[in-house]
Design a protein around this ligand. Structure first.
Ligand SMILES: *[C@@H]1O[C@H](CO)[C@@H](O)[C@H](O)[C@H]1NC(C)=O
Ligand SMILES: *[C@@H]1O[C@H](CO)[C@@H](O)[C@H](O)[C@H]1NC(C)=O
Ligand SMILES: *[C@@H]1O[C@H](CO)[C@@H](O)[C@H](O)[C@H]1NC(C)=O
Ligand SMILES: *[C@@H]1O[C@H](CO)[C@@H](O)[C@H](O)[C@H]1NC(C)=O
Ligand SMILES: *[C@@H]1O[C@H](CO)[C@@H](O)[C@H](O)[C@H]1NC(C)=O
Ligand SMILES: *[C@@H]1O[C@H](CO)[C@@H](O)[C@H](O)[C@H]1NC(C)=O
Length: 440
């Protein structure tokens, strides 16, 4: 009965402190029956409530009719057991924020999202059991700015035009919705979208994205190609836990000219990070580069200019091989002393040491047999081929001069080496010669 006591206390607070417009009834183990019976007895006093927090209770449905929520602007029904909810009883609500995340919603009733709540700005539907977002579900939300559908098993259940009316949308969260792809038309009307989260979906290609995007999260996807990514306003790109990424060329991001933060954390199979010289500076505005917990053994010296001008570079927890190829990092004239972040994994004598602790003369490169052998073999074969050619030239010098080839007029061909007894061959030669003559 503790909760009932506190509930009554809170209700009294609402009753007497007329300035209070916030009612917080979160985590009171409230069932809808108790709530609605209680609330109805105070029907008129709820009129002024603008902010109703019912988070963490035991509602299995919510119907507006039993309360008088005329001025309600924020309704938090998250972490309940909601299967459905309705907005039925007033012509129009002032509701701006609705949080129904962490519930048991499997579908959205036509009487939940309707033209009665056209002022909705923030809608959180995350952590439910939705499998479909059809073309009519979100059609009335023309001023909606924030939408989260994350952690629902939607799969390919989003209709092509599901988002088309959401022209004011700025923030869209589609994390972990089991989507195998995102259609190229999904986002076509979302010209105001600035934050998009597509992480933890089994997609392998990047869909067509809204041009004004500022933050993009592709973590946990299977994308390996970043070519043609053209997002000049993008400030932050997250490529964490990209399990299929083995090599990555920063040149692929050349059209992200506004990028300030690039993070690649936990890309365990990433063993090669490159940047080849090209016209124009790649990522000219980069402020923060994180490549932690990946599979990098070494860092190409081509990255020096980029590393040098980037204020924050994090390279911890890669299996670094401390040899001559990493020497340039220690020689970087920077106050950040990057070599303090680099803990060597190989070779054995440096295992566990910081790069900064190893004197330059100990950063040795073994001859890399995997490169050396092919080079040796190529040289050797070239020499042999050359010798053979030379021998042939010397050996056949005379015979060649005895052969006289068909001249421009084509009528002085002689074949001294044709064995006379082979009549067939002679005939063939004669025929083909005649044929050529006919052609002339
Ligand atoms: C909705 O509620 C959940 C859980 O109570 C919370 O984590 C989330 O941040 C809320 N959403 C918004 C948009 O405030
Ligand atoms: C969309 O889904 C709702 C139920 O969630 C249904 O009532 C409505 O008819 C559907 N609309 C279309 C166009 O299929
Ligand atoms: C994605 O959702 C599933 C349940 O639907 C959950 O088991 C998994 O941990 C989630 N993954 C992430 C990265 O949140
Ligand atoms: C990503 O790797 C997994 C196995 O690790 C594989 O099944 C999947 O096909 C790969 N995806 C792509 C796009 O290469
Ligand atoms: C390194 O930086 C210091 C000042 O921080 C400067 O005096 C010095 O010339 C720089 N050396 C090189 C090689 O750039
Ligand atoms: C590295 O930076 C730390 C501060 O972050 C400083 O205390 C330390 O002296 C620096 N070491 C070298 C070798 O410059």
């Amino acid at each position: 009965m503790m909760w009932l006591g506190s509930f009554i206390f809170l209700a009294i607070v609402v009753l007497f402190v007329s300035a209070t417009t916030v009612v917080d009834l979160s985590f009171h183990k409230l069932k809808k029956e108790t709530f609605f019976v209680r609330m109805q007895s105070q029907y008129n006093h709820l009129k002024g409530v603008t902010d109703l927090n019912l988070k963490g209770n035991e509602f299995d449905s919510f119907l507006d009719c039993s309360t008088n929520l005329e001025n309600l602007r924020t309704l938090d029904l998250s972490q309940n057991h909601l299967v459905r909810f309705f907005f039925l009883c007033k012509e129009e609500y002032n509701l701006q924020v609705l949080n129904v995340s962490h519930n048991k919603l499997e579908y959205i009733d036509d009487n939940a999202f309707n033209d009665r709540i056209p002022k909705l700005k923030i809608l959180d539907l995350s952590f439910n059991k939705l499998t479909v977002v059809n073309e009519t579900m979100l059609q009335y939300f023309t001023v909606l700015e924030y939408l989260s559908l994350s952690h629902n098993p939607i799969g390919d259940g989003i209709h092509e035009s599901a988002f088309w009316n959401l022209e004011a949308l700025k923030h869209l969260d589609l994390k972990n919705i089991s989507a195998p792809y995102f259609s190229s038309v999904f986002f076509k009307t979302l010209t105001n979208l600035s934050t998009l989260d597509l992480s933890w979906n089994p997609i392998d290609t990047i869909p067509l994205l809204p041009i004004n995007l500022q933050e993009l999260d592709l973590s946990g996807t299977q994308v390996i190609s970043f070519e043609k990514l053209y997002l000049p306003k993008l400030r932050e790109l997250k490529l964490n836990y990209m399990s299929n990424l083995t090599s990555f060329a920063l040149n692929d991001l050349e059209n992200l000219t506004g990028l300030e933060i690039l993070s690649m954390i936990g890309c365990r199979r990433l063993i090669q990070l490159s940047l080849w010289p090209q016209l124009g500076v790649v990522l000219p505005r980069l402020q923060h580069l994180s490549i932690k917990e990946c599979g990098l053994e070494t860092l190409d010296i081509e990255l020096r200019a980029l590393v040098k001008r980037t204020p924050v570079v994090e390279l911890d927890n890669n299996p670094w091989k401390c040899d001559c190829k990493l020497e340039w990092i220690g020689l970087l004239n920077s106050s950040r002393n990057l070599s303090r972040d680099i803990r060597c994994y190989a070779p054995d004598q440096h295992h566990g040491k910081l790069l900064a602790e190893i004197p330059n003369y100990e950063l040795e490169c073994e001859y890399d047999s995997s490169i050396l052998y092919p080079i040796l073999w190529t040289c050797l074969s070239l020499i042999i081929v050359f010798l053979i050619i030379a021998m042939i030239v010397v050996f056949f010098k005379r015979p060649i001069s005895q052969w006289s080839f068909k001249g421009k007029n084509g009528d002085t061909v002689t074949y001294k080496n044709v064995i006379e007894s082979n009549n067939d061959l002679v005939r063939i030669l004669a025929v083909s010669e005649a044929h050529e003559r006919n052609e002339e």
